[in-house]
Design a binder for this molecule. Structure first.
Ligand code: ZN
Length: 175
């Protein structure tokens, strides 16, 4: 029997969410968008996925209102993909998923996520334990951790070695 494309028999909001973000690569595209990746070629080199798969994922994410396509150049026409409120709302899920992976599968620490105002590492749900606030995504400072390759091959990974705030567009050329 062929594997169904959706969870039609499931009356469950987790299943509803997974119909959108449960496809392979989708959450990693959202992750990259929150890290400040906006351009098709930058997603492509950072994720190392087939073009057709990336195009399909960007199409779904745009259609579901998670990324917004914006033209940044007229000739030749070039678009970038900007995270919407729906993408920002996935940040605590991505944060919790990353911690879960590290704690249960012995992953090394790849990045630090801190409250930009005070430098404290975020708690498991994106809160700042020192300030007692849920930190807005734009106020999260991302820094490389000891487990991250210090000399990656692709320019997007190199650009992501510099401490930066989430959502701030990634300056790949300067890397
Ligand atoms: Zn704080």
């Amino acid at each position: 029997m062929a594997l169904g494309k959706d969870y039609a028999t499931q009356e469950c909001s987790i299943a509803r969410a997974l119909e959108i973000v449960g496809e392979r690569w989708t959450l990693l595209v959202v992750r990259d968008a929150l890290y400040g990746v906006r351009r098709y070629n930058d997603f492509l080199v950072h994720l190392g996925i087939p073009r057709a798969v990336l195009a399909a994922r960007l199409q779904t994410l745009t259609a579901e209102g998670i990324l917004e396509k914006r033209r940044y150049q007229q000739s030749p026409p070039r678009d970038e993909y900007v995270p919407t409120g729906r993408a920002l709302a996935l940040w605590p899920t991505l944060r919790a998923l990353g911690l879960w992976g590290r704690e249960h599968f012995d992953e090394p620490r790849l990045r630090w996520f801190r409250h930009a105002d005070c430098g404290t590492e975020l708690g498991p749900n994106g809160e700042c334990p020192a300030c007692g606030v849920v930190v807005p995504v734009a106020d999260v400072l991302m820094e490389p951790g000891p487990g991250l390759d210090p000399d990656p091959a692709d320019p997007v990974s190199r650009a992501l070695l510099r401490p930066k705030r989430l959502l701030e567009p990634l300056d790949v050329e300067a890397a």
